[in-house]
Design a protein around this ligand. Sequence first.
Ligand SMILES: [Zn+2]
Length: 566
Amino acid sequence: MFRRKFLSAALIYAFLIPSLAFAQGTAPAKVYTAPKSDIDKIKDEGLNHSQVMQTLSYLTDVIGSRLTGSPNLKRANEWTRDTMAKWGMQNAKLEAWGPFGRGWALKDFSAEIVDPQTIPVAAFPKAWSPSTKGSITGEVVFLEIKKDEDFAKYKGQLKGKIVLMSAPRDLKADFTGMGSRISDEELAKLAEAPDPNAPRTGPAQPAGPNLNSPQMQERLARFLLGLKAMNFLLEEGAAVAVDNSREGSGGTIFVQGADVAQPVPANFMEIFTNPNRLTPQQKAAESKMIPQMVVATEDYNRMVRMINQGVKPKMTVNIQTQYYDEDQMAYNTVAEIPGTDPTLKSELVMLGGHIDSWHAGTGATDNGAGVAVAMEAARILIASGLKPRRTIRVGLWSGEEQGLFGSSHYVKQHLGTVTGGPNLFGLPDPSGAKPTLVKGAEYDKLSAYYNLDNGTGKIRGVYMQGNSAVRPYFEAWLAPFADMGAKTLTLSNTGGTDHLSFDSIGLPGFQFIQDEIEYDTRTHHSNQDVFDRIQGDDMKQAATIMAAFVYQTAMMDEKMPRKEFK
Ligand SMILES: [Zn+2]
């Protein structure tokens, strides 16, 4: 699941705004449901002969982390392709998109406090961080910047230093536990959620998020100070930039991509609209970065407290990384179960999730789980001997973590695109162009796309993305799984992942409602996103339900009803 460091609220809001206005589709006269014997076969295969954990173990334990552009991700693309082909799927292949940028891998790493005493610290380099010049030892300095004037006192002080850039963070005792499932009350609330496309009542709201709100202004100010600090460190010749883990404790480190020193934008809009903004995967960013790592909060806080006590600790840090520039493209893995109906086999039902991950863990809950479940759903259908009428296509997307890139390129290449209309912030096209749908070759062929990317939690229902016409289908299809905890339909949209690439051009794209488990508290983008945090029974339940939904969609006479453009 996609999350940006500083501006997540703005971005998540942005991705929730449809670029087109939709009216609800028309409900069907008669709802297809597969015979009970078919669903029983799917349940038997999915619950009693599951291979989902074996698939996930290979993907996470053997292949490991899957940063977009990295050799590991390429290997995962190839292994998932070959595995699905081995199961009897057709047209298993990699599809290139891009250029994305360079690959990156960690080659060697150590970090410890060496003076006034030896103290190992828990730490992890940020993705695309450059290397230190060998193993370096330097004084640890706490850069405390609350306003622009604060930079002056560090001028000329940081050369060769290891610089703590973030504030210490208070840790609270964990009285409630890290894991949770969605409560009945929360499910009831979701079920009653209004149509997200309905006109809003009450006083008129400006289009897009309120960029002038105190919270947004504070966020922007913090973002800009962080960027100025990175520029300052580069100018001053600091050796390593160190951040505090933004969440978690007890050895959990949340870590994403490296920060790039670059011109400070004048305002919010420019952050997203400036085409020259560098991302760390671009080669041109290398000379604008210093080596960077995130340290576990207990260790980070201790260093700040030592400095505040008048101590000048030293660290020895060795970050050795490798860039891969030969191939700037990235790849999605796709594979099919061919349909069997002479007419309907040219139509498609798709399922999938993103295969890329961040690099500190093994991308188990984000999103090895979704990959293993989608692959397993296809395997269940093959092993059950069922004969889907439409062609079923699995899509495993890359570049999701950098902004849904793999799935949005795929949708553009195969299904269609929208030109003109509001930008990501819901503001009108400057040229006044109205949103126009340009259909791709398969736009009229796709019935629906089902996505899984909210962690290891079992399926509790479906987000209908404001498409009430699908309710009678989904109601009937969830019924055989009510005793397994999946019975809630919500008209709500959900964001942050690849179904949006389909939904944004009016195609039925759905993400399931899933139990949270430890997603936000422990695993999502952390070094603890590993196989041991996966709940096996939840995975089997999810794969079984996904297989049943895909099968039902492949069997009905008509395509899934779509939202209509207003
Ligand atoms: Zn993610």
